[in-house]
Design a protein around this ligand. Structure first.
Ligand code: NI
Length: 325
């Protein structure tokens, strides 16, 4: 065997870990060399070597089936790693699909946004609740709230003001990026039923344009300020209108204990909880509320997930207060 042959046989020995391997390496050149030296050619037991082709025959290979496969197809490992990589990348790209299985009642977070974390929570047998935060995003409080929600793997729905979204576009983008829903709370928080129909329409449309410019798409849900609407407003909004069934009165009390107590007193399966992410006391109360409600058998979902699980089709112009089972 020449140097190349020896290296080749050593490599195969190394890969298989077998000591008793007999390797016959035959090539046209080697055979010629051997003949010229008058030595007997090492040949594989039964087969004649093909011309112009290096033939490697392993005989009495020892080791497991996997080791033998590895020896014969050394590229297989690399191929498997690449295949797994491709599957992972495809899976990460497929975040826009909201998937609900009736059998396991599992849901994939982040049905709205691309580039978000993918987490699967088992919701089987859990009571569901949607936390909602109005009037932000605020530079002073919203990032801390987002940190808490991330730490506790809790999705929420943010009804953002267009004016605040324009001021803090990066926070608005972060909200979506982290798997929450960024929805509209109109442009300037006007009481839409107290202004002219045209002014209300302008406000709604300006908010829509601001979201579109910031996030790259129109909002899909709207909460009119103070929960006030009439038929004209419903028509002008032309999106599902989301109100609430649990009012924490966080804007009024600005007290952590009071916010936690108000939530626990009114909570129910399918609840929509109204809070505001512009108050530090609200941000302080949120981790306590999350822990308490989880202990009571609740799990947290976005408004879209809640509607989806409860079989409610979110219809434009329709007002929703909760999604009870
Ligand atoms: Ni508001």
């Amino acid at each position: 065997m020449n140097l190349l042959d020896r290296l080749f046989s050593r490599e195969i020995e190394r890969r298989t870990g077998a000591h008793a391997i007999t390797i016959y390496i035959e090539s046209e050149n080697a055979r010629k060399r051997s003949r010229s030296r008058g030595k007997k050619v090492i040949q594989s037991a039964n087969k004649k070597p093909r011309k112009n082709a290096t033939k490697v025959t392993t005989k009495k290979l020892q080791g497991s089936f996997l080791q033998r496969i590895d020896t014969r197809f050394p590229w297989l490992k690399l191929f498997a790693v690449c295949l797994i990589g491709v599957i992972v990348v495809l899976d990460l790209c497929d975040l826009t699909i909201s998937h609900t299985s009736n059998e396991l009642n599992r849901i994939r977070i982040a049905p709205m946004a691309k580039h978000v974390r993918v987490t699967e929570r088992v919701l089987n047998g859990k009571k569901l609740v949607a936390l909602t935060f109005d009037d932000g995003p605020s530079e002073l409080t919203t990032p801390r709230l987002l940190d808490t929600l991330k730490e506790k793997d809790t999705p929420a729905t943010f009804f953002m003001l267009g004016s605040m979204t324009r001021t803090y576009p990066d926070i608005a983008k972060r909200i979506e990026k982290e798997g929450h829903i960024a929805a509209s709370h109109t442009m300037y928080h006007q009481n839409l039923i107290r202004i002219s129909a045209n002014a209300a329409r302008d406000d709604i449309n300006e908010a829509k344009a601001t979201y579109s410019n910031t996030l790259g798409h129109d909002p899909t849900l709207v909460r009119p300020p103070y929960g006030n609407y009439n038929d004209n407003i419903r028509n002008a909004i032309n999106l599902p209108i989301i109100l609430w069934s649990v009012d924490t009165l966080d804007w009024k009390s600005k007290d952590v204990d009071a916010i936690v107590a108000a939530t626990k007193n009114q909570i129910h399966d399918g609840a929509i909880v109204l809070m505001h992410d512009i108050y530090p006391t609200t941000v302080d109360a949120v981790p306590i509320i999350i822990d308490d409600l989880r202990q009571d058998g609740y799990e947290f979902v976005t408004i879209s997930e809640l509607a989806n699980i409860r079989g409610a089709s979110l219809t434009p112009g329709t007002v929703y207060y909760n999604f009870r089972p």
